[in-house]
Design a protein. Structure first.
Length: 338
């Protein structure tokens, strides 16, 4: 499943979450549910992915299924999380805003944000966005369908005790995340953009590119929602474009990821442009290659020319622009920015 994470400069959150998930879940990459799963979910759920009236309580069914799988004890998981949290809080007292379940920490973050703490506003906006994704990605109907797929795969070959335990831990954590996020109403979660904007205008590191990402996620929710508030959405898009350009000018490599996504036609932030997409992909390859030993070969060979949708002249243009992007915004930057 896709994980929704804050973009840009919040290295603490990225490191902490990586350690958190590694220690508590050891989660392998999941397959994407087939389209028919989404259709079933849409028919069986109401607002925020909660069961519609009269629908089968998929969460209870899932819990019953998970109770039959081996899992590490709740006490052991809690002890591990406490160790990780204590270690991260030594580095930053605000680590708890990013690591604790949202239903446990929401009141604290919200109160700090309302007092004017811009870092709290960043955390709040990011976590509201994460919850919006969790309510889609971890809806019990989807998790049940995924669990069926996993069990079918496990049944085709001998499954180790460790693998089955990882499976049980993973789905239990996802369901717990869903439950925590479901404790917040949709109107509250929809404040994500406003809190991120507040943090971005206060120049909190990473907040502006997180705002850009949040806008693209919002834009993908549905055409009717966008039309209903078209002026606000258009103003937000203008600001997102401005902040994305600023991220590029600042040499933030995550801006390249967002330009690639935008020019590939996702989210509606920029018009779809295959040449631009390939130019930014090549620039990103050069930035990444500089951190290892691949840069010289990448610079000499240019981008990998695949597919038949671009002409040789268009590939030449993408290569030239990709090199220009790299030289303008990244060549003089530290190889591993702090």
């Amino acid at each position: 499943m896709k994980r929704w994470l804050g973009w840009g400069g919040l290295s603490l959150a990225l490191v902490a979450l990586a350690v958190w998930f590694y220690l508590t879940r050891l989660t392998p990459v999941r397959s994407v549910p087939s389209p028919d799963i989404a259709i079933v979910e849409a028919a069986a759920t109401g607002p925020q992915g909660r069961p519609a009236p009269g629908a089968q309580n998929s969460a209870d069914v899932l819990r019953q299924r998970l109770s039959k799988l081996p899992q590490s004890s709740a006490k052991q998981r809690a002890a591990t999380k406490a160790i990780v949290l204590a270690d991260m809080e030594k580095r930053s007292p605000n680590a708890r805003w990013w690591l604790l379940p949202i239903d446990e920490i929401h009141g604290e973050i919200r109160a700090a944000a309302e007092r004017g703490d811009l870092k709290a506003a960043y955390a709040l906006g990011t976590r509201y966005g994460q919850c919006s994704k969790a309510l889609e990605d971890y809806a019990p109907q989807k998790l049940l369908a995924e669990l069926d797929q996993e069990m079918e795969f496990a049944g085709s070959a001998p499954a180790s005790q460790g693998r089955m335990e990882n499976l049980g831990n993973r789905f239990s954590e996802d369901l717990a995340t869903y439950d925590a996020c479901a404790s917040l109403d949709r109107a509250t979660l929809d404040e994500s953009m406003s809190w991120l904007e507040r943090a971005g205008r206060g120049e909190v590191k990473g907040a502006r590119l997180s705002y850009v990402y949040a806008w693209t996620q919002q834009a993908q929710r549905g055409r009717n929602e966008l039309i209903a508030d078209i002026e606000r959405v258009a103003a937000q898009r203008t600001l997102a474009r401005e902040w994305l350009q600023q991220g590029l000018a600042a040499g933030d490599s995550s801006a390249l990821d967002q330009y690639i996504e935008a020019y590939s036609g996702q989210g509606g932030l920029l018009p779809r442009d295959r040449v631009q997409e390939m130019a930014y992909r090549y620039a990103r390859d050069l930035v990444r290659g500089r951190r290892g030993s691949e840069f010289d070969a990448l610079w000499a060979s240019g981008p990998t020319r695949f597919g038949k949708d671009l002409t040789s002249q268009q590939w030449d243009a993408a290569e030239a622009q990709g090199r220009s992007i790299f030289k303008t915004y990244y060549e003089a930057r530290p190889i591993r920015p702090q």
